[in-house]
Design a protein around this ligand. Sequence first.
Ligand SMILES: CC/C=C\C/C=C\C/C=C\CC/C=C/CC(=O)SCCNC(=O)CCNC(=O)[C@H](O)C(C)(C)COP(=O)(O)OP(=O)(O)OC[C@H]1O[C@@H](n2cnc3c(N)ncnc32)[C@H](O)[C@@H]1OP(=O)(O)O
Length: 316
Amino acid sequence: MLSSKFIHAFTRQIYHTNLITSATFNVIKKHNSTHTKNDLVLVDVNDKTGFSIVTLNRPPVNSLNLELLSAFSSVLDDLHKNNSRGMILTSSSSTVFSAGLDINELYKPDMDRVRKFWTSLQDCWIKLYGSSFPTAAAINGHAPAGGCLFAMCCEYRVMLPKYTIGLNETQLGIVAPTWFMATMKNTIPLRQAELALTLGKMFKTDDALKLGLIDEIAENKEDAIHKCEIFLKKYQKIPQTARALTKQSYRKNDIMELENNREADLQLFFLAISDPRVQSSLGKYVAFLKLKSRMKPILEAVKFLKGIFKSKKKKN
Ligand SMILES: CC/C=C\C/C=C\C/C=C\CC/C=C/CC(=O)SCCNC(=O)CCNC(=O)[C@H](O)C(C)(C)COP(=O)(O)OP(=O)(O)OC[C@H]1O[C@@H](n2cnc3c(N)ncnc32)[C@H](O)[C@@H]1OP(=O)(O)O
């Protein structure tokens, strides 16, 4: 058995960044309750298992703006403080896990706000990727870019059929930050990660499974959460400190790289979004998304009419 003295020394040595603030693991105070962080992030603690279902709740597409990131960061702090037994990350939308970063934060940004925004994103990544508690994602909808990032930060991913997931940044004319890339490299084979990143490829559920970007496919959200619970339960017999330190050792280099270069990363981000070509790409993308959204009723009407014509043809 490792002595608690050794664990403290080991923890201090590698985690001077405060990833683990205490190596003492108390049993979580179980309570059947739902907490909210400005309603943007809902937390539901399961009384029996001690697992928390954390639901991103920013309609319509859970795009990650400053407020949502701040709320999520604070939830991650709470889970850490309460020595959570495990977290399942999901979405309140029926079709979108998260649309990634809110493009409106990047397009023609207010510099003071965008600094807080990027810092919050860094905080969330460090806390989620390096969490001492085990994590799983119930991906109940599309997960592009930042949505894929948060899913990949979790140790296990269960996804519903017929959605898409991936880091699509190059398609938008932007470069995924190195820590986004590191998270993908930690998830799928190196060569596949390079191809996926350079192509900005979005994978359909089936292809994501073949690639190892997700671990399982579920029939519906309830099934996805159930499968995540089965995964988390596997850790119930593993001593918590050993599990947490192993996970954090595994991910330590990626986390240190950002921890030691947070300001440089912020400056690189400022440089990238100040580039007129990047702003032009983002402007076109915002316009495209808005147009697509407005065209939806027309496209649905066309689809409906096509269906009627097809069934009439069959009858004839
Ligand atoms: C050398 C090194 C250099 C640099 C490194 C450092 C820094 C680099 C700089 C920046 C890096 C920044 C990294 C960014 C990562 C990201 O996360 S970028 C975001 C990428 N996200 C996407 O591409 C997803 C876009 N959305 C969609 O594809 C679809 O919306 C989605 C499939 C998610 C859902 O489809 P659907 O259900 O049909 O919904 P709609 O498309 O109709 O959308 C509904 C409304 O939501 C708005 N919306 C959608 N996505 C976003 C978004 N990401 N941000 C803001 N708003 C969004 C959409 O406009 C609709 O709104 P409306 O109805 O028009 O009001």
